[in-house]
Design a protein around this ligand. Structure first.
Ligand code: ADP
Ligand code: MG
Length: 460
């Protein structure tokens, strides 16, 4: 069994979907095909829900435009004789979506649970339209409802998978069915009460990895709009090259530090089962792309595998003269952040014990300020610590490579290259794995920084 996942740009319109289905057709092995929503649809669904919550009736126009987009795609793909049931399926889904958004409009409230319900329509619609197209082309397959197969907790928007239940359900249904081809919507799942949940933005990659692991697949293929994982984001670095092979750890590190081509949680399930994972280009299917596999099988000679960046980062510094005497202050800081599910991207060392500095996503900054100041209220009143310092407008730039630890001097070369180009480094950190070195710089410098480092490490 193989699992193939096609992202939003791969299924953006009828023409692209035809390319996808050709790739599916050429795959001779038994397979599960996982698809994202048509490109841009998830954002528009969120837009509709948010407008409705604000009492702005233009959500109706947003839904209308989405309905037209899906109907047009179905019409362009299907021979007239096969259209009617697919078009009425699309209309039914939009009736339901209209009703949900109308309710949001009347009560002026969009809970995370309702939001998941709304955005689940993107993948439901794309997968059902593609399924109808495959049937019209006589490609035998079964449509799977990922909501029934992937079980999660009820952390709506970013639900955690219950692997025990999920693996059991997938093996007892999909694997046991003996069928050869399946098509499933990515991104969506459900909790113990059958409420729809989602796996986080970009989560279709993860859906595919979950299927691959549960089925002990021979390979996972992530089909996207670029040829593999590259040495840097090709939208920024004109000379970015495809990485031929990389290890699970490097891929995880690159995606964690912003390489959007793979959603970070994707690697874990395939790494555990040692399933080779390919990143390939839907628009250049004959190019090899990247294979991600265990480090032992990967003998790349490059010391640095790639450069990635996170472009909206806020630095938090907790400082104060009394901090030295407060036991466990860093533990309390991290607990306060963790309780609010605020992800700490990196922690920077400071020479004195008087301060600790962490980087978080800019979107979490306001919440972080509140919870940390609340956690240290007593010490704040006693003037042992200062109010949490919040510095916006930063970015993190990371160099990633398994072999870095055995090659001293990488950090020096990195900081030298940035310094010579006038890029000021606000903080540095080295991952405990010694598989990455990251620097916090101003967001205004990040594009230049990525290019400077790419030139220094890959182009000289
Ligand atoms: P999909 O819709 O197929 O999931 P994404 O937009 O999520 O595709 O990811 C593909 C995009 O990731 C590429 O178009 C590219 O601009 C971006 N990207 C960022 N960093 C990298 C990288 N290191 N290698 C390849 N692509 C990258
Ligand atoms: Mg993606």
């Amino acid at each position: 069994m193989k699992v193939l996942k096609f992202g939003g740009s791969s299924v953006a319109n009828a023409e692209n979907i035809q390319k996808v289905v050709q790739i599916v057709k050429n795959e001779q092995q038994p397979k599960v095909v996982v698809v994202s929503a048509l490109g841009g649809v998830t954002d528009q669904l969120i837009n509709a829900g948010t407008l409705a919550e604000k009492g702005d009736e233009s959500y109706k126009e947003v839904l209308q435009a989405l309905e037209t987009k899906h109907l047009d795609t179905a019409r362009a793909l299907l021979p007239v004789t096969h259209q009617s049931s697919c078009l009425s399926m699309v209309k039914q889904h939009f009736n339901e979506l209209d009703e949900i958004c109308n309710s949001v409009f009347y009560i002026r409230e969009l809970s995370l649970r309702t939001k998941d319900r709304i955005i689940s329509f993107g993948e439901l619609l794309s997968s059902k339209i593609i399924s109808a197209f495959m049937s019209s082309a006589n490609i035998q397959h079964e449509w799977l409802d990922s909501r029934k197969l992937i079980k999660t907790n009820n952390n709506f928007g970013f639900a955690a998978v219950n692997f025990k239940d999920t693996n059991e359900i997938i093996s007892s249904t999909v694997a046991a069915s003996g069928k050869q081809a399946f098509l499933a919507p990515g991104f969506i799942a459900s909790d113990a009460n059958s409420n729809t949940t989602t796996l986080g933005r970009g989560g279709s990659d993860y859906t595919a990895a979950i299927f691959a692991a549960a089925l002990d697949a021979s390979a996972l293929e992530i089909w996207t709009d670029v040829t593999g994982m590259m040495t840097a984001d090709p939208r920024w670095v004109a000379n970015a090259k495809t990485i031929n092979r990389t290890s699970y750890q490097e891929a995880m590190e690159l995606s964690h530090f912003g390489a959007k081509v793979i959603y970070p949680p994707t690697i874990q399930p395939v790494m555990q089962k040692n399933i080779p994972t390919w990143v390939k280009n839907t628009f250049a299917p004959n190019e090899a792309g990247t294979v991600i596999e265990s480090a032992g099988e990967h003998d790349g000679s490059e010391i640095i595998t790639g450069i990635s960046s996170i472009n909206s980062v806020t630095l938090l510094s907790l400082e104060g003269s009394g901090m030295v005497g407060i036991p466990g202050f860093s533990k309390r800081l991290f607990e306060a952040l963790a309780n609010e599910k605020i992800n700490v991207i990196l922690i920077t060392q400071s020479s004195s014990e008087h301060s600790i500095c962490v980087a978080i996503n800019a979107a979490d900054a306001a919440k972080a300020k509140n919870v940390v100041d609340a956690a240290f209220e007593t010490e704040l009143n006693q003037k042992k610590v200062d109010p949490l310092k919040v510095e916006e407008g930063h970015a993190i730039i990371a160099l990633v490579g398994d072999k870095m630890k055995s090659h001293p001097g990488i950090a020096g070369k990195m900081f030298g290259a940035l310094g010579r180009n006038g890029i000021n480094i606000r903080a540095i950190a080295q991952g405990s794995s010694e598989r990455n070195i990251s620097a916090v710089i101003s967001v205004a410098d990040v594009k230049k920084g990525v290019n400077v480092l790419h030139e220094a490490f890959f182009e000289s």
